[in-house]
Design a protein around this ligand. Sequence first.
Ligand code: GDP
Ligand code: GDP
Length: 436
Amino acid sequence: MRKSTVAIVGRPNVGKSTIFNRLVGERISIVEDVPGVTRDRIYSQAEWLTTSFNLIDTGGIELGDEPLLVQMREQADVAIREADVIIFIVNGREGITAADEEVAKILYKSNKPVVLAVNKVDNPEMRENVYEFYSLGFGEPYPISGTHGLGLGDMLDDVVGHFPTLESEEKDKDTIYFSLIGRPNVGKSSLVNAILNEERVIVSNIAGTTRDAIDTPFKRDDQDYIIIDTAGMRKRGKIYESTERYSILRALKAIERSDVVLTLIDAEEGIIEQDKKIAGYAHQAGKAIVIVVNKWDTVESDEKAMKEFEEKVRAHFPFLDYAPIVFLSALTKKRTHKLIPEVKRVSENHALRVETNVLNDVVMDAVAMNPTPTMNGKRLKILYTTQVAVKPPAFVVFVNDPELMHFSYERFLENRIRDAFGFEGTPIKIFARRRS
Ligand code: GDP
Ligand code: GDP
């Protein structure tokens, strides 16, 4: 997984260097009111939400005293060659110039996504200035102000949206993908660090990034894992206004890509409504789940306290009755070593496929033990059962009439299947179908 690269292009004095500085977050290059000013740096790292990327300011590419158009052509070529996405900057105070059109022509010919930004739109009244730039042919122009830091968020959403994602790369089926979810301050970042700092974990590289999260691959006991980290983000992103909306979106995206989701609860603060909502997402997505009770160091940690807390968890999360609970402390590292083996175990259950004949024996034994329900004098008949999917395991029960499959009987079958095959940590799905 490689980092994406963004290049800024545009004629001199439109504000490339100013915007480069903004995105990099430090004042590292010289900005003067002179076209073609020398820059300290033209290449740096920038971050947006959880995505870090490489940023190139092509305005800093020096070509001696070549004519303007030659310089610009060269800069655009560099951008096309190096970048995954190009930010094309124009000046909202000056309108379209011949040089803008020249750059546009070169960018058309590339297959790279181009995001058009109209700079120096320092106040809302000036927003009307952007309309003429539609004619450059790069879709909606983003009004921005480099000096005031306005409009950059919307522009960056678009830029990052064009990055190649992990989904478009191949997901390794032997690797276990997992994420940590939970409300702010529950200890997600601390736990990610604790996991990665553990002795027997070998972090292979931390280069991989996707648009919503930072992926860290590591190996433990010959098993490959990837932590999809949505945590640390919130602490950055100065220019970003509505972090809450995005933190939910990011969590959902991370859940989507995970095999296993660790749902964190704060032992010190107890369980609140928000915890249930967050855990509900993971359950609905059909992911394997481990409930992690973090900050256990803050609680009197005897067997009795654990038992009591477990009962509380079970009462608050009845829909997660299949999920194992791990009590630990990311701070003192107590019992954190138990977590990865648990992730592996539930992940295996999540991907488990059972043999059809054994499955049918289990279902028929269940029926013998607890006769099928009747409705209006008609009895449910189970003909046979088959597993149709994994991740999560799904079963189709072929019956005489699906209407007769009462919820409580379905639940009974689920429990019998769980008892027989040990699907701990994973939701399983059962569908009744009429035999055709
Ligand atoms: P570059 O040559 O494209 O890299 O442009 P610079 O970043 O060096 O900026 C050229 C001039 O435009 C400098 O005087 C900046 O202060 C000014 N400038 C940059 N962004 C803005 C902006 O958003 N609004 C205004 N009013 N001036 C800007
Ligand atoms: P996040 O917002 O979910 O990523 O939470 P952080 O990892 O940033 O942790 C929030 C706060 O809880 C920090 O002050 C941590 O030091 C603290 N913290 C995290 N884990 C533990 C723990 O196991 N025990 C205690 N006592 N504090 C913890």
